[in-house]
Design a protein around this ligand. Structure first.
Ligand code: ZN
Length: 218
């Protein structure tokens, strides 16, 4: 499985012939390592959108799925809004487990807001591995329950603070989730989420930083 950090909360994952995008904010994203042309040439098969804020790629998901590039996955109301704009997708809701094209998918809660329904996170089982993309969220005690339901191999967690959890909450999240690896996301893109050297040190004790454009194989 190949995991590429596009930047901010956007990731591209290649696994068993599927090409999955997460929160593909590309247009106007100062951290984006990929352009829309590159995203289109990559031909995504599934586009996971955690919530409707601009920096999580809802409008990119509309554009891509409208052009026949994959299908979006998200909460019911977000997918309804997306299909009303001509896009294509599959809606579900928090705590729901379902199967799609050979993947097991589970929508988690996220302590945040969204213009469409509620925000969510995604847990996915791929190639026998369990991945958790938390979306935008503050720390929440339900992370403990997620660890009881899933043996999480890799968690993508926001660390920038201000709009989401940050460096002080990360150790608690790591303790609750018991994820084998944690990748940091949602930091440094705007002044409000710029990490101080102290934040960075705290985060590095529990999570890994990968650079936008960098690919890891797991
Ligand atoms: Zn948000």
């Amino acid at each position: 499985m190949k995991i590429t950090y596009i930047g901010h909360a956007a990731f591209a994952i290649e696994s068993e012939g599927k090409r999955l995008l997460f929160d593909p904010w590309i247009k106007g994203n100062p951290m984006a390592a990929w352009t829309m042309e590159q995203v289109k040439a990559w031909k995504p098969t599934h586009i996971f959108v955690t919530h409707g804020h601009r920096d999580h790629g809802f409008s990119e998901a509309v554009e891509l799925t409208k052009e026949g590039l994959g299908k979006a996955v998200g909460v019911f109301e977000l997918i309804n809004a997306l299909t009303e704009k001509g896009g294509k997708g599959i809606g579900a809701n928090i705590g729901g487990r379902f199967f799609l094209d050979g993947m097991e998918i589970y929508l988690t809660e996220a302590q945040h807001t969204s213009p469409y329904g509620v925000p969510c996170g995604f847990i996915l089982k791929l190639e026998g591995k369990t991945l958790y993309h938390a979306g935008d969220t503050g720390l929440f005690s339900g992370m403990e329950i997620l660890a009881k339901l899933f043996d999480i191999d890799m968690a993508f967690l926001p660390v920038g603070g201000h709009f989401t959890m940050g460096s002080k909450e990360l150790p608690l999240a790591a303790e609750m989730l018991k994820a084998k690896r944690i990748i940091a996301m949602h930091y440094d893109t705007f002044p409000a989420i710029k990490l101080s050297p102290e934040d960075r040190n705290l985060i590095e004790r529990r999570a890994e930083f990968i650079k936008p454009g960098e690919t890891i194989e797991v």
